[in-house]
Write a protein that binds this ligand. Structure first.
Ligand code: GDP
Ligand code: GDP
Length: 454
């Protein structure tokens, strides 16, 4: 089941017809056992893909790509999270706040058979403060008779409760229609620039220096602005001027306030990371250069690598790196960062300020390449020469030919190769490498789809 789940996250990049740019984010929150994971599965249309019945196991993946009536959005599932038994109401409220922070719309799930509990009310109170649209989902309404029970949920003050049976699907279509109506219409980023500040996610495991860097950046320019004309800034985001340009660092509330939650910390962390990445166009992954790249770093890196966003890798705490460490770091980089050799690297120190001025140009380069469009003529001129010089190897007496290519989209760049047959994965990698050499896609993933002519 876990493999399925991993696939769900990686999908967007391979869909040639998909709109480019970040998708709107929907967070599903509520008490344990109200049916959040069941609802997420219902929304994804893939039952059993997510629910994992091992208590205490936190799932790595919390963000999933979903689609309804032709619109794509990201669902953030908080169902794998077990709050601290001691102060559950507070824990659930915090969870709701964190999930809502990086969402455009919140689905608050309540068990209609149980009715509203203190814990539900604590979550409602917190959600009100975020000013996000909240849709109240009355779950476990498996039949018409049970719809009576829903009326009591008006008392939560969130307006009309939406009765559904996540388990059987009853009412889920209506719920999804309501959800779509509440989603913001984000124009595709690459094809039609949105205007306003570019959205940056600053991610990395605890203690790599995220809040130090944010503070340093804000201080260097002495201008943490609160608002920019024509844009609405979420209270959880920070507008920071770096390199003469104002950037929107998404979901930095936790960095500013230094919230520490005793329970579910790691789960919160991956929730936040996933949400921030989804909301961003480009991601700064912070690594601690003075320490070995850990499994936790790797988890963050795979989330980012699969997200289709531009990447800047910032090796922080460079002031602690001596020649010895440098030697080992080079080897670690070679080994651990094989999947994203194209990511832009900067070596910085949030403490001393070393090279932090390189961050803004790196972000600009990554975004520029993320949105780059290669004209069809130029692309094919190059491709023709390439396949002539290095044709596909012969397999069983035949070699598929590459006929034509087109760039199907941007943000990130997506290419389609039209061929006479399936290509070896190795050959596709070769084409990607050459494409990168020719057209400079530093800092951005690119996607290549192969379409054999029928
Ligand atoms: P979560 O902890 O909020 O993610 O809850 P789960 O999705 O794990 O569901 C908790 C339990 O409620 C499971 O046994 C589900 O099968 C059950 N459940 C979820 N949705 C429904 C529903 O619509 N009707 C009924 N009868 N049971 C449901
Ligand atoms: P976060 O958890 O990722 O937000 O990390 P913090 O910003 O809280 O930093 C964790 C610790 O690393 C703090 O003690 C910082 O002072 C320290 N730190 C952050 N950046 C640097 C740096 O560039 N050099 C050194 N030597 N220490 C740093």
């Amino acid at each position: 089941a876990t493999d399925d789940v991993a696939g769900a996250v990686a999908e967007p990049a391979s869909d040639a017809d998909a709109p480019a740019g970040p998708l709107p984010v929907v967070a599903v929150v509520g008490r344990p056992n109200v049916g959040k994971s069941t609802l997420v599965n219902r929304i994804l249309g893939r039952r059993q893909a997510v629910v994992e019945d091992v208590p205490g196991v936190t799932r790595d993946r919390v963000a999933y790509d979903a689609q309804w009536a032709g619109r794509r959005f990201t669902v953030v599932d908080t169902g794998g999270w077990e709050p601290d038994a001691r102060d559950r109401a507070a824990a659930i409220a915090t969870q709701a706040e964190l999930a809502a922070a990086s969402a455009d719309v919140v689905l608050l799930v309540v068990d209609a058979r149980v009715g509203a509990l203190d814990e539900d009310e604590a979550a409602v109170k917190m959600l009100r403060r975020t000013n996000k649209p909240v849709i109240l989902v009355a779950n476990k309404v498996d039949n018409a008779r049970q719809e009576m029970e829903v009326a009591g949920l008006w008392s939560l003050g969130l307006g009309e409760p939406h009765p559904v049976s996540a388990l059987h699907g009853r009412g889920s279509g209506d719920l999804l229609d309501t959800l779509l109506a509440a989603l913001p219409h984000l124009p595709p980023v690459g094809d039609a620039p949105v205007g306003g500040p570019r959205r940056v996610a600053l991610v990395g495991r605890p203690n790599v220096g995220k809040s130090s860097l944010l503070n340093r950046l804000a201080q260097e320019e002495r201008a943490v602005v609160d608002s920019v004309a024509g844009t609405t800034v979420d209270p959880v985001d920070s507008l920071v001027t770096v390199g003469g340009e104002t950037w929107l660092f998404v979901d930095t509330a936790g960095l500013r306030k230094r919230v520490n939650t005793a329970s579910g910390t790691e789960y919160y962390a991956s929730l936040r990371t996933a949400g921030a990445i989804e909301a961003a166009e480009v991601v700064v992954v912070l690594l601690d250069a003075s320490e070995v790249i850990s499994e936790q770093d790797q988890r963050v890196l795979s989330m980012v690598a699969e997200s289709g966003r531009g990447i800047v890798l910032a090796f922080n705490k460079w002031d602690l790196v001596d020649e010895d460490r440098r030697y080992y770091l080079d080897r670690e980089i070679e080994r651990e960062l094989k999947r994203i050799p194209w990511a832009i690297r900067v070596n910085i120190s949030a403490r001393t300020g070393r090279a932090v001025e390189k961050l803004a140009p790196a972000l600009r380069t990554a975004l520029h390449n993320w949105e780059r469009r290669v004209p069809t003529g130029q692309l094919n001129q190059w491709l023709t020469a390439l396949v002539q010089a290095t044709p596909h190897p012969v397999r069983g007496g035949r070699a598929p030919r590459v006929l034509f290519a087109t760039q199907a989209g941007t943000s990130p760049p997506r290419f389609v190769l039209f061929t006479t047959g399936q290509l070896d994965p190795g050959y596709v990698r070769f084409v990607e490498r050459k494409l990168r050499e020719e057209f400079d896609f530093e800092g951005t993933p690119i996607d290549i789809a192969v379409k054999p002519r029928a």
